[in-house]
Design a binder for this molecule. Structure first.
Ligand SMILES: Cc1cc2nc3c(=O)[nH]c(=O)nc-3n(C[C@H](O)[C@H](O)[C@H](O)COP(=O)(O)OP(=O)(O)OC[C@H]3O[C@@H](n4cnc5c(N)ncnc54)[C@H](O)[C@@H]3O)c2cc1C
Length: 187
């Protein structure tokens, strides 16, 4: 992942929160994912992104740099440095330790412009383990239940990908059980 100057600026596989903040902090309206034909051959999702017109292409790195308006010399140096990091299993710049099994040296080269977007909210209604909604003093509001993304605080400081499925399924089921119980007791 590179900025307009053609340089890496974060461990790309750090948490979403850190990577998103790093991209936003560039103040460059996003960043670019750069990859080669070797990566493309192993990542089927690229075909979809290409289909919807998001993939830029260059037969060489210099062509790609021109296409996406990124500094060509820096981009070449960044890819060179990355390939060394892969070879030595050591990312001196950002300490990345995973997803480092493929050098970028097989043209054509590609780039996708990326930008953080809201796809999950961490905050929300305070609930207990029985999905009862709590008021600002932490007291149960009788007969009111919540589950899923509308509730907050479940994930702590950083949400791990996939966890909202657990949140909706597990707590959704729990809310159903508790609401049925409440309805039976109050009919
Ligand atoms: C692009 C994208 C990718 C995602 N990928 C992942 C992923 O890979 N893994 C993962 O775990 N999570 C992912 N998420 C997050 C996950 O999809 C959501 O957290 C989850 O779907 C929330 O489910 P929910 O039932 O709580 O809320 P929602 O699915 O938002 O359901 C709320 C429902 O309430 C309805 N509603 C709203 N207001 C009213 C009203 N006044 N009256 C009646 N109905 C109303 C809405 O129409 C909606 O149907 C992704 C989200 C996005 C946007």
């Amino acid at each position: 992942m590179v900025n307009k100057a053609g340089k890496r600026f974060v461990n790309e596989l750090n948490t979403r929160k850190i990577v998103s903040s790093a991209i936003t902090g560039l103040n460059e309206d996003g960043a670019y994912l750069v990859f080669d034909s070797g990566v493309r051959a192993h990542f089927a999702a690229v075909e979809f992104y290409d289909h919807i017109g998001l993939v830029k292409e260059g037969s060489t790195l210099a062509d790609l740099a021109k296409e996406i308006d990124v500094d060509p010399e820096n981009l070449a140096a960044t890819v060179d440095e990355w390939n060394k990091a892969v070879e030595n299993h050591k990312d001196k710049e950002f300490g990345r330790t995973t997803g480092m099994d493929r050098e970028l040296n097989l043209g054509p080269y590609y780039a996708i412009h990326i930008h953080p977007a809201i796809h999950y909210t961490m905050g929300g209604i305070h609930i207990n383990t029985e999905t009862q909604v709590l008021d600002t003093n932490g007291n149960v509001i009788k007969g009111l239940y919540a589950a899923g993304e509308v509730s907050g605080g479940l994930h702590g400081n950083n949400r791990i990908g996939g966890n909202s499925v657990a949140e909706t399924v597990i707590f959704g089921r729990q809310a159903g059980i508790q609401m049925a119980k409440y309805a039976r007791e109050h009919k």
